[in-house]
Ligand binder design. Structure first.
Ligand SMILES: [Zn+2]
Length: 47
């Protein structure tokens, strides 16, 4: 089971949704279509 998902917002485009491993909070980050999804998750997972 993935700890994160990707939502498609009609205005913002793709939004990455993931759970912080440290505090368990659900966070969302806007993603560009050409962004590296794995890299984004690694960067945003840092609190
Ligand atoms: Zn956190």
């Amino acid at each position: 089971m993935n700890q994160y998902g990707v939502e498609l917002d009609s205005k913002k485009g793709y939004v990455i949704v993931f759970r912080c491993k440290r505090c368990g909070a659900i966070r969302r980050n806007k993603a560009a279509n050409d962004d590296n999804m794995d890299l984004i998750i690694k960067l945003t997972a840092r609190h």
